[in-house]
Design a protein around this ligand. Structure first.
Ligand code: ADP
Ligand code: MG
Length: 288
């Protein structure tokens, strides 16, 4: 398969946390949302991909190349938008650009100017006077000006107002019209993914709970509501997670094709949102 990003059995342990056999693969031409609660290990995974941290074991391939052996070549073609600020606060946008541009093999001056203008950023403004949204847009302008084939972003939407968030997500959808490109971004906000993402990888406590095409997830997973009498241990095994109260139960069923066999017509069936899927998936493994 022609993966633009492939992570296989990645392991990394800190004192109180480990990433455990993290695996996923993003084909060219698509957007993958990397989702999970705070502390799930998203930033750690992204730092390992960018070789900002040393892995314990596993394999990371970008453009089919080993991410460490071919680091320089790979990074020329990655647009990286990072959660933490890595710019010099005292420089202006224009000065900072002059520091960054020569670091890349390829730099499209016109593209940069165009993005800065579209984002309504003033080149004379100092980095320290930019809001979080403006810094993100500046990072994005840089990422889009050196011919990057793969965008990797760590929580690019966090702390942005809804308008700017919408703009960013539109830019990603536009970018991906080029079937050669790929976007991988982490978020803990599921609504970022509803419109934008093609694939979703859910990380929880350092483990991948699933990595699947979004449509497949939304088509197969189903919310079921019914009387508690319908539940026994065998039936419960078919659920990702179940909530019970005095009136009845609500649960996320893994495979909608099993509804008839399990419940005949005695339950209410609803389509889940990504938020439902994330909440049920992470709640269940908390109970395990
Ligand atoms: P996320 O980005 O999903 O919120 P992180 O990858 O930042 O999660 O962190 C996952 C866990 O790893 C957290 O419990 C965090 O405290 C821990 N962690 C991250 N970096 C380090 C480090 N350099 N040393 C020790 N623990 C770390
Ligand atoms: Mg993080």
């Amino acid at each position: 398969m022609n993966s633009i990003l492939e992570v296989k059995n990645l392991n990394k342990s800190f004192k109180d946390f480990s990433l455990k056999n993290v695996s996923f693969s993003l084909p060219r031409g698509f957007i993958m949302g990397f989702i999970g609660p705070n502390g799930a290990g998203k930033s750690t995974t992204i730092k390992l991909i960018m070789n900002l941290l040393k892995k314990d074991s596993g394999e990371i391939k970008v453009f089919g190349l080993d991410n460490i052996k071919n680091e320089k070549e790979i990074k020329n073609k990655i647009g990286f938008v990072y959660d933490e600020n890595y710019f010099y606060e005292e420089l202006t946008i224009s000065e900072m650009k002059n520091v960054i541009a020569p670091l890349y093999k390829f730099w499209d001056k016109d593209a940069f100017d165009k993005h800065i203008k579209n984002f309504e950023l003033s080149p004379k403004k100092k980095i320290k006077d930019l809001s979080k949204g403006m810094k993100m847009k500046f990072s994005l302008a840089v990422a889009l000006s050196h011919g990057a084939e793969l965008l990797i972003m760590d929580e690019p939407t966090s702390g942005l107002d809804p308008l700017v968030r919408g703009e960013l997500l539109d830019i990603l959808s536009f970018l991906i019209q080029d079937e050669n490109k790929g976007v991988f971004f982490s978020t803990h906000i599921t609504s970022d993914l509803d419109k934008t993402a093609d694939y979703i990888t859910l990380l929880h406590n350092g483990e991948v709970l699933f990595s699947t095409a979004k449509d497949e997830l939304l088509d197969s997973y189903t919310i079921i509501k019914g009387d508690k009498k319908l539940l026994n241990e065998a039936v419960k095994q078919n659920f990702i997670g179940i909530k019970e109260n005095s009136f009845g139960f609500e649960g996320l069923l893994r495979d909608r094709n099993s509804i008839k066999t399990l419940f005949k017509d005695n339950v209410i069936v609803e389509k889940p949102t990504l938020e439902d899927i994330m909440l049920y998936s992470t709640r269940r493994s908390l109970n395990d």
